[in-house]
Design a protein around this ligand. Sequence first.
Ligand code: OGA
Ligand code: MN
Length: 291
Amino acid sequence: MESSDIDPGTLAYQQLRTPPSIASTHFDLSRIPTSERAQILQDFILVPGYLSPEEQEMLLAAAAKKLKRALGKQVRYEDGHFDGVITRYRECSATDWAGAAPSASEVLDDRDKGTTASETLLSTIPQSPQGTNRTSPSEVMQSIKQEFFPPCWKWVAPHILELEAGRGGIKPHVDHLDASGEVVAGLCLGSDAVMELIHEGDPEKQFRVLLPKGCFYFQRDTVRYHYKHGIPIELEDHQFKGKVIPKDRRISIMLRVSVIMLTTVVSVQNGSTCSEVAKKELNTPATPYPS
Ligand code: OGA
Ligand code: MN
């Protein structure tokens, strides 16, 4: 199929890369074979400074309020988590932040107009939205979905994760295959963090990414499915290129594409347009997200 038959939003998504200038400052790929580095930068997209300072403040306050309402002062310990992956954390879901996703019929109505994923996205990544302060969490979620991803995609409700200063961390894991599809995305607030990624079948293959507060990132495809990811628990392991990165209280807002997308993604990658996908979805009942 000709690339001109693919929705502009889908094409822009496929062409996203982390640019070399950001790779050189925020990625440590020294333990990845040279021939595989380009694939990593294609499947782990990092946008430092995606959120303005005002947006970070707004999201931090909103996330803290949600956590407090859901959990009070409760902090969970290692053995409190169902699979023991996260230490010293609090988490909750933010269903009402999902933003109004376009319905399948809206996507069908829009099929001749192209998408809001702008032409400037082609071969590059969106810059931080200077002067476009978004004033609610839903607005931020909505703009992420529109700027980076095909418009027909369905998303799980955002998830808020707080890691305690000093001691919070995440052991290397692959996100549950039945809980999300090919994209796992995050907004980082409150503290810089080091993410370590380790190849599942070949643990010698590892890389690290410095996730600065205010960044947006996502992992997809080979990185999402073949690399475990985590945030080192011990401060002395929380290093990037030999430098210990301080651990303040950190809140991430995780956005995951719905599993129902698995079939959709395959058809989008095969060149179906979003409107074709939407037509199929009109006849497909939604499956609930396992809680
Ligand atoms: C997770 C996870 C990463 C982050 O919640 O599964 O990997 O940036 N989070 O908080
Ligand atoms: Mn994860």
